[in-house]
Structures are given as C-alpha cells and as structure tokens.
Design a protein around this ligand. Structure first.
Ligand SMILES: [Zn+2]
Length: 255
C-alpha cells in the first residue's frame, strides 16, 4: 500500500475481492472500543420517495438526484447489451459495462446513506423514525425505482447500527400512526389528504397552526418525533414502576 493506514491498531488480516472489474483489498485492524459520550438531543425523521429524509429540525436531504441520470444511462447500456449477439466478445463487453454501472450506482447511494446516518448518530441520542412498509412500497412501484425502495431499508439498518453503537436509541413509530395526516400542533387529522398534497393545512380553529402552510414532510417529522417521545415515556414509566418494587406486569406494547 502506498499510503499510511489511517487506523492505528494491530493489522490482523487482508482480503482481496473483485466486484464489477474493480479489485479491492480490505484490511482488518484490531482497535480498542470507543466509548462516545451520550447524546441527549432528539430528532424525528420522515423518510420518503420525494425527499430522502426530512428532519423535525426542518432540514431536508434530497433523494439521490444522480439516480435519475444513472437510470437513463442504465437503460441505454441495457439496450445495447441486448442488441449484441449472445456469446460474442462485444456482448461480454456490454455485460461488464452494465455491471460496472450497477455497482457505481450502489456506491453513490450508499455514500449518501452513510453520510446522513453518521451525521444523525453523531448529533442525536434519540431518533424517531417510521417503521417502513417496504413490501407495500415495492408493490406500488413499477420502474427501477425499486432501487430507492431498497435504500429506505438500508437507511434503517445503517441508522440503527450507528445510533446504538453510540448508546443512543432508535424508536420505530408504527405505520398505523398516520404521521403525514396529523397536525403536529393539535393532533387534528386530515383524513382525505392525498399524496399530491405537499402542504399541510390544519383546520382546527383553536390550533396555533390553524391555516398555516406547513411542509407536509416537516409536519410528519415533528409528529414522528412527538410520538417517539411519547413511546419512550411509556417505556421509562414501565421501567420505573418495576424499579419501585410494585408488582407490575409489563404488557404495554411500545410498538
Ligand atoms: Zn393543528
């Protein structure tokens, strides 16, 4: 290797792999466990297909725009692949091009997901997120968008791993909880809200957000945050009850 390893520790092994014409060496380094300080801030996240993630702080992470360009290119090279004669050298060349493109798309997507989840885990000790119905999403989609559906599952996995490693917790809010249709200020429900309604308007005259234009995803993220905090309180309460010596059966379903 022509550079100094950035990790200090005892090297215990190396593995060479080949993916889509690229060779990789992974080094295993034995390092002491870090014990990061506990974080106390809480955040809610609304995950979607329009915007990858919207935080309750109103920050947004755009869905990977490169996907659209890459998908177009993928269709081109796929077409080329199928025009080539089976068994020919040119067919093999085209096949490798398709494989390389697939791999590059995965890398770019994972890069976005890693950056987002590392940031969240570094900043927040409690993350509320919707428990996604991935099967339902996949059923509704037609195109190669299944790719972005797969990102949502990966986002959850990465997030849970990183937050728990830093001794924080990820609270999954059940899908039965309609975060998008609920006003975060008063709990008023917009029952016939459509997917195309991007602005949430609360119709409860006594609410502070009455007729105030709220971004749909931001409102949802706040609802998810409050629901997650409510669930945590339930868990804490149950733990405290047990701690006080009362004979309490833990039957509350925290989702
Ligand atoms: Zn309201």
């Amino acid at each position: 290797m022509a550079e100094n390893p950035r990790l200090k520790g005892k090297g215990t092994g190396a593995r060479v792999t080949k993916t889509a014409d690229w060779c990789f060496v992974s080094l295993t380094v034995d390092m002491p466990d870090e014990t990061p300080s506990a974080r106390t801030a809480a955040v809610g996240i609304d995950v979607g297909l329009n915007r990858l993630a919207t935080l309750s702080t109103s920050e947004g992470y755009e869905n990977q725009a490169f996907l659209r360009t890459a998908l177009k290119k993928l269709r081109q090279v796929n077409k080329r692949l199928h025009r080539r004669k089976p068994g020919s050298k040119n067919r093999e060349k085209a096949r490798r091009e398709v494989a390389r493109l697939h791999y590059r798309m995965t890398c770019m997507r994972d890069d976005v997901l890693h950056q987002l989840t590392t940031r969240l885990a570094n900043c927040y000790g409690m993350v509320g997120i919707e428990n996604l119905n991935l099967k339902g999403l996949l059923k509704n989609r037609k195109l190669a968008r299944s790719f972005s559906d797969a990102s949502l599952g990966k986002l959850l996995d990465l997030l849970t791993g990183k937050v728990e490693q830093r001794s924080g917790q990820v609270i999954k809010v059940g899908r039965f909880f309609a975060s998008s249709k609920t006003c975060h200020g008063c709990g008023w429900r917009w029952e016939d809200m459509e997917l195309s309604d991007r602005i949430f308007l609360c119709q409860n005259p006594s609410c502070a957000y009455y007729q105030v234009a709220q971004d749909r995803d931001h409102n949802a993220a706040l609802c998810i945050l409050f629901e997650a905090l409510r669930l945590i309180e339930l868990i804490d309460q149950a733990v405290n009850d047990i701690g006080s010596g009362d004979d309490v059966n833990l039957t509350a379903d925290a989702g």
